[in-house]
Design a protein around this ligand. Sequence first.
Ligand SMILES: [Zn+2]
Length: 333
Amino acid sequence: MDNCFNRVIGNGSIRSLMSSHIKNKTLSHAYIIEGAKGSGKRTIAKEICKAVCCENRNADTFPCNSCRSCMRIEEGLNTDIMTVNRGEKASIQVEDIRELCQTMGYYPDDGDAKVYIIEEADKMTPAAQNALLLSLEEPPSYVIFLLLTEDSSFLLETVRSRAQTLKTELFSTSFVADWLRSNPKCKGFDVAEIQNAASVSRGSLGTALSVLLDKSSKSASISENAGKLVELLCSDKRSDAIIFASGIKYSRVEFEEFFDDALFALRDIIATKFNAEDSLYFADEEVAAGIASRQKLSKLSKIYDALVAAKEDITKNNAQIYAVMTTLAALSV
Ligand SMILES: [Zn+2]
């Protein structure tokens, strides 16, 4: 197993399971790859595509990352790999899924497999999921679906029951920092810069790297603003929280990221109440502990619920942030 999927960091259980499915030819027709934003779901999907199409499948190391097929997938040139996502829309519609599945009947252009990747699969409408279900019931033998999602509970039970779920790992801030230090791309960055990138990464190597290499990265500023909002809410400065939040201008997708970050930050604060060791958001556990000490657990959990509700409002309705924040402030009393 050690030689397989070696472009995937960690995630030993996914690597060994997929290695055995490929070697033993027991691949399922559908896999759900579930994990937090930036946790490597796309990388895992790409490596699975390579592994099922690799021309050196009997080699000890696969995917080989050197055959023509692996190279074409790396460059995004393989026409047997098809991806659908919602773009800037709120959801993936039934037409998107029908269009994707229409091509299922045609044999692969260039190999033995066709892979259909559905990004943010939980954003499929129920109608879209039902359309997919028809294709999941009896796909041609060469078809594999990869459904990427942050939370598979938003998928219909009927869809989940037809797929095998692979859960990605999140890494602790200290693991992310060590990984950055050993990465040749990160030479020249000082300790504080690396620690900062690790602390805003929410346990994701990909996010940490992009924050470090692109300091103007929007993700870093979104993460910083989310942490500030949580601090204001936890400090009972509700009017300050509203003023702060109403000044923020993000797209729907950015707001989703903003609330995800806020939930990560709050999760850390709540975790310090239970003496948790690994922080995913705060680089300095004492900062989280300081905020935690000012609030009772019951209040923190109310704020958490309110943030979850606010994120749902944004996701569903693209509501004005001000309206969402007013609700949030009222709920967090
Ligand atoms: Zn190959």
